[in-house]
Ligand binder design. Structure first.
Ligand code: IMP
Ligand code: MG
Length: 192
């Protein structure tokens, strides 16, 4: 694996420190919303209304770290999306592989993905979430490639802006591999 890596763009330490900031900020914002919530008719405590939705598979490493930086009660429900099948390095359109959870009405939803590229993935997933009338919907991505947007979509929380290069590591893959590489890096041409 290591011999296929060309260059590290964001180190493990940089990722960790930014993830710590993001987690704290999201938790602060959610706490404010929860305070402002009206009492629920079914008596559910407002602190049990936070649902974090990781977009599989790329967000798994990020989410594992992020949730441990969020000091509040939350549940996790996944959604599965495929946009870069196999060896493709650009979005082929979004297909839902594992549907969104039901029962998001009145909840505070936070959708987490690894990277915002064309914007299509999060655009589709947030639309589907909003159909269920959650109380709030937020989106968080670790990485963003500015200038690549095909749809007008803005994430609420962004870890890092990166140049328009194909990256792997920390959950991001090429053809299913390199998700376990601990830093954000580019791949050598020979490896793609
Ligand atoms: P979008 O729908 O074009 O915004 O793309 C988002 C999805 O594409 C992410 O969830 C990733 O799975 C994938 N993706 C986009 N850019 C990269 C990259 O540089 N490396 C690996 N996966 C990527
Ligand atoms: Mg993905």
């Amino acid at each position: 694996m290591h011999r296929d890596i060309e260059r590290v763009l964001i180190s493990r330490a940089q990722v960790a420190s930014r993830v710590h900031e993001l987690g704290a900020q999201i938790a602060r914002d959610l706490a404010k919303d929860l305070e402002a919530d009206p009492p629920s008719p079914d008596g559910q405590p407002s602190e049990e209304r936070v649902v974090l939705i990781p977009v599989l598979t790329g967000s798994i490493v990020f989410v594992a770290d992020l949730i441990r930086e969020m000091p509040l009660k939350l549940s996790i429900e996944v959604v599965g999306v495929s946009s870069y099948p196999g060896k493709s390095m650009e979005s082929k359109g979004v297909s839902i592989r594992h549907e969104l959870p039901k029962g998001l009405a009145g909840k505070h939803v936070i959708i987490v993905d690894d990277i915002l590229d064309s914007g299509q993935t999060l655009d589709v997933v947030t639309r589907l979430a909003r159909e269920q009338k959650p109380s709030t919907v937020r989106t968080c991505v670790l990485l963003r490639k500015p200038g690549k947007a095909k749809v007008d979509f803005k994430a609420d929380y962004v870890g890092f802006d990166i140049p328009d290069e194909f990256v792997v590591g920390y959950g991001l893959d090429y053809d299913g591999f390199y998700r376990n590489y601990p830093e954000i890096a580019t791949l050598k041409v020979e490896a793609r």
